[in-house]
Write a protein that binds this ligand. Structure first.
Ligand code: ABU
Length: 498
């Protein structure tokens, strides 16, 4: 087939034939290579190349002349080949994974329609779909279903930013027009294990990082309410205004759930907005067995909840939910008259775009709605329960196994943090040496390098406070079973014994 000169007319016979061939071939390759092979236990989770090697293998250059479809199809193959496969069962590296067939079709359907969800006029289906899904999610949180508001936004960091913005508007609506200059200093509180976006968003919105106060956590990584209250009192003594607390349900590394009821009491006593970053742990709300971890979330003013994390919807699918109806619009509307005309022929309250900070916006709702339709709430619950079951199995298996040491004996979420101590460091003599921690610190990076070069397992590691580097396994792919947990343990042993 001839090379194409876009845009083409899908209705004209020659164009249609050419595109039909190309799209079908590309989709076949994607299904075969990215979906089936990319999730097969017999294939590698990554075919690793250094940046220099990858640049040499993959022609990334952009030229005046377009490529033939044949060459484009070979680029599709190469892109798949050298990409990491987060849908692979042995990708337990990050807080997202899996390829859900319904989510994938939802994502593709959205891409085929290419909407921008700002007005009912251009996105009628997705506008109503968002209302339904966000309303259902608010009900799961425990907010009143018919009150409140919510949005889909690009990532949990942005959702946390919306929380700060809404809290500020709630406390001091005049700042929307007057700005922060010369105003009373306002402070946001969170914990040392909270996501770094709280600080970033405080900077972006003009609070300054000094006014994102980072409090202490307990031994399990949960926010310490006594320390929080002490920090709030300090802030008041300094004449500043305690504005908001961002608690976390499912911290990024340890998977800790902050004590929301205690935090609510403090927020209520000092009239602060209570936000819960449940980007990671929010999925547990769908399981009657595990939702107790988020007890008290129903009292919050706002919640971040990312279905692309524990619920394994395709990237990206992030939501911000609040119990306060109308506040998102009051805080963010700019009333652009070219888009949000009030004299349209339909009910313009369905033009929801002006409550967002973005203008153009993907229909991220579609893939999640489609998954939810396909599995039902029962299916989502079963997914969550399986993740927790695998996590418990993994934790139990390593707790007695030579060489493995748990950082937390009883992790709360599906994050399992542990050290692998190679035989050379296991003796009491090695452990008593002053450089023991320094030597242990080097183990996880080396093991990870070996596993990535082999393509056998991707599991992340990090230091935390005075802990040397440790592994963090995270489970959100419910196609894994106990045999996979056994494989992961054995693969860690293989890479640690070399
Ligand atoms: N909030 C992004 C989480 C990154 C991670 O998987 O560690």
């Amino acid at each position: 087939f001839e090379r194409s000169s876009a845009p083409d007319d899908f209705q004209s016979a020659p164009d249609q034939k050419r595109h039909d061939h190309f799209i079908r071939e590309a989709v076949d390759t994607i299904i075969k290579e990215a979906v089936y092979k990319g999730t097969s236990r017999d294939s590698r989770v990554v075919e690793w190349l250094s940046p220099e090697e990858l640049s040499a293998r993959l022609d990334l250059s952009l030229d005046r002349a377009g490529l033939s479809q044949e060459k484009l199809l070979s680029l599709v193959e190469q892109t798949i080949r050298y990409s990491v496969k987060p849908g692979h069962p042995y990708f337990v590296n990050q807080l997202f994974s899996s390829v859900d067939p319904y989510g994938l079709v939802g994502q593709w359907l959205g891409d085929a329609l290419n909407p921008s969800v700002y007005t009912y006029e251009v996105a009628p289906v997705f506008t109503l779909m968002e209302e339904t899904v966000l309303g259902e999610m608010r009900a799961v949180v425990g907010f009143p279903r018919d009150a409140g508001d919510g949005i889909f936004c690009p990532g949990g960091s942005m959702a946390n930013g919306y929380a700060i913005s809404c809290a500020r508007h709630y406390k001091a609506p005049h700042l929307k027009t007057q700005g922060m200059s010369g105003q009373r200093r306002m402070v946001v509180f969170t914990s040392e294990d909270a996501h770094y976006s709280i600080k970033k968003m405080a900077v972006l919105q003009g609070f300054g990082s000094d006014n994102a106060v980072i409090g202490e956590t307990d031994a399990r990584g949960r926010m310490d309410p006594r320390d929080l209250e002490a920090q709030v009192k300090d802030t008041l003594d300094q004449g500043a205004l305690p504005m908001m607390v961002s608690a976390t349900s499912g911290t990024t590394v340890l998977g800790a759930f902050d004590p929301l009821e205690d935090i609510y009491d403090i927020c209520s006593k000092y009239e602060m907005w209570m936000h819960v970053d449940a980007a990671w742990g929010g999925g547990a709300l769908l399981s009657p067995r595990h939702r107790h971890l988020l007890k008290g979330i129903e009292r919050a003013d706002s919640v971040t909840w990312n279905p692309h994390k524990m619920l394994a919807a395709p990237q990206q699918c992030s939501t911000f939910l609040t119990r306060h109806a109308g506040l998102l619009t009051e805080a963010h509307s700019a009333n652009a008259t070219y888009l949000f005309q009030k004299d349209k022929f339909y009910d313009t309250s369905f033009d929801t775009g002006d409550k967002h900070l973005q203008c153009g916006r993907r229909a991220d709702v579609l893939k999640f709605w489609f998954m939810w339709k396909a599995k039902g709430t029962d299916g989502l619950e079963a997914h969550i329960d399986k993740l927790f079951d695998n996590a418990t199995y993994f934790k139990n298996m390593i707790s007695e196994r030579p060489g493995f040491e748990l950082l937390l004996e009883n992790p709360e979420c599906t994050n399992i943090c542990f050290w692998y101590v190679p035989p050379s460091l296991r003796s009491s003599e090695a452990r008593s040496k002053p450089d023991y921690n320094q030597r242990l610190h080097k183990v996880a990076p080396k093991m990870k390098e070996r596993m990535i070069h082999k393509g056998s397992l991707m599991v992340t590691y990090q230091p935390l406070r005075d802990h040397p580097n440790f592994f963090r396994l995270v489970l959100q792919n419910s196609s894994l079973d106990h045999k996979d947990m056994d494989y992961i343990i054995e693969e860690l042993e293989r890479s640690g014994h070399q």
